[in-house]
Ligand binder design. Structure first.
Ligand code: 7RM
Length: 652
C-alpha cells in the first residue's frame, strides 16, 4: 500500500508556532540525541521551578532510572503556586462543564485556595508524605483538586476510574495499601446518576485498615455515612473557618519540598495477565515531559483554550487535563458527562461556548460521531479551533479525513499522539508547525525520544519492516516501577531487548522516518505467513460507506494458520447482511490484498469496549476461538455486548 497524501503545515501556522519548520524540529532532535543529559537538564532548569536544583541529571541502572537527583521540587507548586506571581494569577486554570449544564470557571488563584484548603483537610485527618490515597470520583473539579492536594503534601495518589466496579476498586486499594479514599456521592452520565459511594462501601468491606472516606457532595442523593470512618468534604472544609487570603493560605499549607523522584502517583493498567499493573510515576521527570509536550505537540500559547475530552481516570486525563496543562499555565476545559448527551453535538456545543482552540480526543469518539452525520458539528461555530489531537489507538485514515475536513475545516493540523500509561507523556507525534502530517501515522518521535523497530530476536530492523516498537534511551517521564512488583517490571518491559523499553506495540517506519503504529503485538495476525495488522483490516472496513465500526481478530485456521474474523457494526440503514458480508470481504481483498480477505464477517449492534473506549479484542478472540469468555471482564463498558456476541450462531 503506498503512503497517502501528506499535509505540510500552513505558512500561517508556522509563523506563530512554538517549533517553526522541520529544521527547527530536527535541530532540537539532534541536540537531544548528541547530549541527552544536557538537553533534559537544561530543559528541566528552564521549564520547572525548583526548591533546590538537582546535582545529577540521570542515574541509569537499567531498568531503574533516577532523574534530576539531588533536586527538590513539588508538582502542585509547579502547577499552581508559581503562576500566582505572574499574569496567570487571574487566568482560568479550569473551565468545567457539568453534564446537566452547570459550569464553574476556576482561576489559578482560586484553584490555589481550593487545593490548599483540601490539603489542609487531609493534613488534619493525619495524612502526610508517603501515605497513599485512592481517589474514586466523577469528572468534577474536586477530582483534580484532590490530586493536587495529595501532590502538595507528597501523598501518593491513585485515581480509579469512576466506571470501575467495587471489585476493581478493592483490588487497587489493597494493592496500594491506601488508608484514605476520596470519593463523591455520585456523578452525572447520560442524565443518570452514577453512584460511587455504594461501590466504595462494598469495596471497603474487605479493607478494614482504611481509616477515612472523604465524600464530596455532587448529586445530593442520600447516602449512608459510616460513623468514625466517613466524613463530608464540605463539613471538613467548613471547619477550617473563614477563607484566608491567598498569601496566608500559602503559609498555612505550603507545598512540601520533595525529592525529584518522590512518587507522584500510581495508575493501574491492564497487562497481559488478569492482574492490573500499578504504573508508578514520580515527580520531576513526569512534570517536565507532560508540560513541555504541551508546547511542542499542542503548540500551546498563552491565550489558548485547551480541551482534552479524556476521563481523568485514565493516563490521558492525568497527563493532559491535570499535570501537563496546569504546569504549562494553560486554561484546561473539563467536561463531566457523555459526548452524546443530551444530543450528538455536545462536544461541538462546548467548543463553541468556550471558544476552544486546542481539542484532543480519541478515534473511537470521532468514529461514533461520524456515524451520526455532519449536521451536528455543522450546526456550530468551530472557528476557534486551531489544533486537533488524537490518542488511544491508531486513527484510521477515513476518520482522520473526516476530523480534518468536518471539524477542522481543513485549517487545523491533527496531531496523532502515540504514547502509553507507562511512557507518562507523548512520545511520537507531529510538532504541528514543523512536521508534515500523513493520515494514520503518528509521524516522528519528540526530541529526546529514541525509538526503533526490532524483530523477535531484538535485532534492529530497517525502514519498511514491521516489528516491535522499542524505546532505546531512558526518558524523564518513564514508568519507574510496577508498584510492589519490580520483577514483573523487569520482565514485562526490559527483558526482550536488554536496556531498551519494550512497548508491546508493533510498528513500521517509512522512508521519511515516520512511524506507523500497527497496534498491540497480540493484535498482529499471521495469515498464510503474511503479517497483517488487525488495524489495517479495520481501517479498510470502516472505509466502506456502510460500516460504522469494525474490530478484527485472528481465528485459528487449519490451512492458513490464522484467518481474519471481523466484527462489524453498520451505519443506520436497512442492510442485507448476507450480501453486505460478501461485499465487505471483497472490499478488504481489494483494499489490502486477497490474503487479507476476512474469512468471516459477523454483524453486531455494538462492540465490547473498555470504559476508555478501547475495543477489547481479547474478548472477541475468545469468542471466535472458544465461543466463550473466561478472562477478566471488569473493565468492560457494557457486559451484555459480550453475552450477545458469544451466543450468536457461527455463520456457515
Ligand atoms: C495514551 C494511552 C496505550 C496503547 C498503546 C497503543 C495504543 C495509544 C496511539 C495508539 C496508535 C496512537 N495510553 N495507542 N495512542 N496506537 N496510535 N496515537 O492510550 O496505556 O491506555 O494505551 O494504546 O497500542 O500501546 S494506554
Amino acid at each position: 500500500m503506498s503512503d497517502p497524501k501528506t499535509y505540510p503545515p500552513s505558512a500561517d501556522f508556522v509563523e506563530r508556532a512554538n517549533l517553526q519548520g522541520l529544521d527547527a524540529y530536527r535541530e532540537l532532535y539532534e541536540q537531544a540525541k548528541a547530549d541527552p543529559e544536557r538537553f533534559w537538564g537544561d530543559l528541566a532548569l528552564n521549564e520547572l521551578t525548583w526548591f533546590r536544583p538537582f546535582s545529577k541529571t540521570l542515574e541509569w541502572d537499567p531498568p531503574f532510572a533516577k532523574w534530576f537527583t539531588g533536586g527538590t521540587i513539588n508538582a502542585c507548586y509547579n502547577c499552581i503556586d508559581r503562576h500566582l506571581k505572574t499574569d496567570r494569577r487571574t487566568k482560568p486554570a479550569l473551565i468545567w462543564e457539568g453534564e446537566p449544564g452547570d459550569q464553574r470557571v476556576i482561576t489559578y488563584e482560586e484553584l490555589h485556595r481550593l487545593v490548599a484548603r483540601f490539603a489542609t483537610v487531609l493534613k488534619g485527618l493525619g495524612y502526610r508524605k508517603g501515605d497513599r490515597a485512592v481517589i474514586y470520583m466523577p469528572m468534577i473539579p474536586e477530582l483534580p483538586i484532590a490530586m493536587l492536594a495529595c501532590a502538595r503534601l507528597g501523598i501518593v495518589h491513585s485515581v480509579v476510574f469512576g466506571g470501575f466496579s467495587a471489585e476493581a476498586l478493592k483490588a487497587r486499594i489493597q494493592d496500594l495499601d491506601a488508608w484514605v479514599v476520596i470519593t463523591a456521592d455520585g456523578g452525572w452520565r447520560r442524565g443518570k446518576e452514577v453512584r460511587l459511594k455504594g461501590a466504595v462501601d462494598e469495596a471497603l468491606e474487605d479493607c478494614p485498615y482504611v481509616r477515612h472516606v472523604v465524600v464530596y457532595k455532587r448529586t445530593g442523593s442520600g447516602i449512608p455515612m459510616k460513623e468514625g470512618r466517613d466524613v463530608w468534604w464540605h463539613e471538613q472544609d467548613d471547619e477550617l473557618g473563614a477563607i484566608p487570603q491567598v498569601e496566608e493560605d500559602a503559609e498555612a499549607c505550603p507545598a512540601e519540598e520533595l525529592d525529584s523522584e518522590h512518587p507522584l502517583y500510581v495508575l493501574y493498567t491492564s497487562g497481559t495477565t488478569g492482574k492490573p499493573k500499578g504504573i508508578l510515576h514520580t515527580t520531576a521527570g513526569y512534570l517536565l515531559e507532560t508540560s513541555v509536550s504541551m508546547k511542542w505537540v499542542f503548540d500551546l500559547h498563552e491565550d489558548d483554550v485547551y480541551w482534552c475530552t479524556a476521563d481523568i481516570g485514565w493516563v490521558t486525563g492525568h497527563s493532559y487535563i491535570v499535570y501537563g496543562p496546569l504546569a504549562a499555565g494553560a486554561t484546561s476545559v473539563m467536561y463531566e458527562g457523555a459526548p452524546d448527551y443530551p444530543a450528538f453535538d455536545r462536544f461541538w456545543q462546548i467548543v463553541e461556548k468556550y471558544r476552544v482552540s486546542i481539542f484532543y480526543t480519541s478515534p473511537t469518539a470521532i468514529r461514533a460521531l461520524i456515524r451520526q452525520g455532519d449536521q451536528w458539528p455543522n450546526a456550530h461555530d468551530l472557528s476557534s479551533l486551531r489544533v486537533l489531537g488524537s490518542v488511544g489507538e491508531p486513527i484510521n485514515p477515513a476518520a482522520w479525513e473526516w476530523y480534518y475536513r468536518v471539524i477542522g475545516k481543513e485549517r487545523c493540523p491533527i496531531v496523532d499522539t502515540w504514547w502509553q500509561t507507562e511512557t507518562g507523556a507523548i512520545m511520537i507525534s507531529a510538532a504541528p508547525g514543523a512536521v508534515a502530517l500523513k493520515p494514520g501515522s503518528a509521524t516522528l518521535p519528540l526530541p529526546g525520544i529514541v525509538v526503533d523497530i526490532v524483530d523477535a530476536d531484538g535485532q534492529i530492523l530497517g525502514n519498511n519492516r514491521e516489528g516491535y516498537l522499542i524505546i532505546r534511551k531512558p526518558w524523564p517521564s518513564m514508568v519507574r516501577n510496577i508498584w510492589g512488583d519490580p520483577k514483573r517490571f523487569q520482565e514485562q518491559y526490559w527483558s526482550r531487548v536488554p536496556g531498551s523499553y519494550f512497548t508491546g506495540d508493533a510498528a513500521r517506519r517509512d522512508d521519511d522516518g515516520y512511524y506507523w503504529i500497527l497496534g498491540r503485538v497480540d493484535d498482529v495476525m499471521n495469515v498464510s505467513g503474511h503479517r497483517l495488522s488487525t488495524m489495517e483490516v479495520e481501517s479498510a472496513l470502516v472505509h466502506h460507506p456502510a460500516v460504522a465500526e469494525a474490530a478484527v481478530v485472528a481465528k485459528p485456521h487449519e490451512i492458513t494458520g490464522q484467518a481474519v474474523c471481523a466484527f462489524v457494526t453498520c451505519k443506520k440503514g436497512d442492510w442485507n447482511h448476507d450480501a453486505l458480508g460478501q461485499e465487505l470481504r471483497q472490499w478488504v481483498a481489494h483494499e489490502i490484498g486477497p490474503f487479507a480477505r476476512p474469512e468471516e464477517i459477523r454483524f453486531t449492534d455494538a462492540l465490547p469496549k473498555t470504559r476508555s473506549g478501547k475495543i477489547m479484542r481479547r474478548l472477541l478472540r475468545e469468542i471466535v476461538t472458544t465461543h466463550a469468555v473466561t478472562g477478566d471482564v471488569t473493565t468492560l463498558e457494557d457486559l451484555t455486548v459480550v453475552s450477545k456476541l458469544a451466543s450468536q450462531q457461527e455463520p456457515e
